[in-house]
Design a protein around this ligand. Sequence first.
Ligand SMILES: *Cc1c(COP(=O)(O)O)cnc(C)c1O
Length: 399
Amino acid sequence: MTANRFSKDFTQQEPIPEAGVKAALAVLASGKLHRYNVAPGEKGETALLEEEFASYMGKSYCLACASCGSAMYLALKSAGVKPGDKILCNAYTLAPVPGAIENTGAQIELVDIVNDYTIDLDDLAKKAAAPDVKWFLLSHMRGHIADMDRIMEICRTHDLVLIEDCAHTMGAAWDGRKSGSFGTAGCFSTQTYKHMNSGEGGLLVTDDPDLIARAIIHSGSYMLYERHTARPDMAVFESLKTMVPNYSSRMDNLRAGLLRPQLADLDRQCRRWNRRFDHLAQGLKKIPGIFVPERSEKEAYVGSSIQFSLNGRTEPEIRAFLDRCLEQGVELKWFGNKEPVGFTSAYESWKYFSDLPDLPNTKRILAVMCDMRIPLTFSLDDCDSILGIIEETAKEILT
Ligand SMILES: *Cc1c(COP(=O)(O)O)cnc(C)c1O
């Protein structure tokens, strides 16, 4: 038994910064929470957030949404996905991703993963070559960025339209280019456990004027789209305004007010995450029985969570390991659970799709993969305590 039980909460985020609280209180005091409740010519918090996020991403346009799930759905619909279309997607992702695909009436075409948890590029190239496949929703799950050079090459070769799910890569980059700026559209989450926290929320960025105009109208702009400021010329909306249905998935000024100061501080927060992540990764790599994959030098990740594999271990061994860690206050999640629990990621549990494929590599990799959140409320000393507990437990159970 380790002497000290770890007692901090793995889901405790930092408070909203003072400036965010102030902005939110000002919105509350004004009563003008709805994004279109602004005076003529006035930019509300939501419009300002969109401008600032588009600028941060180096993109022309941005739409703030109710969630990343709705941003992905709107992006797919606005890019032109039709019922019955096939959409490629990596099999290691979170339930809102297949959900967004299903919501469009399209079929999911799952792509296998490889040992470093990223998409299997050979399987992708093979499946992209099918004549009836045109769409690709790439989820940078848990912040693991695949070789974007090859991804873009495969997309070009097979004329694939790429939409990126960047719920875990806000602030991350590949070879100096921001994650979410590679695809036709990039979708981000501002849900509490992601890199900015407004409870719920999503952001969609693109350079495509037709796509963003459709997404803005779909999101529920009514005929008030002029009040958006990260949008294309009003003329783009003219032919669309009565042809695009309203799916009511807007963000409000209260959330945007919380987010703008967080965006201003995002890069610094990412560095703080990485200090913790790198410390944990270094420690975990030294523990016998634990495998932490190497990452490409081109990948500038944001380590808001860490994954590792207990390669070669059986289910009872892994359960014993997780239980012992939990007894000592270290809450690890496991992607190998047969029964969907918590925020599940086992693709077999998306049974609303027919004909889910058998993906032996994804199953083998998820069966031994553990996952740990790294909230910024943890110090480096906390990371050391966690490492100590995991090391002791590994010695006890994995040797
Ligand atoms: C959280 C998450 C989403 C969805 O974000 P919401 O804002 O909750 O809809 C999408 N993809 C991944 C990988 C996520 O973890």
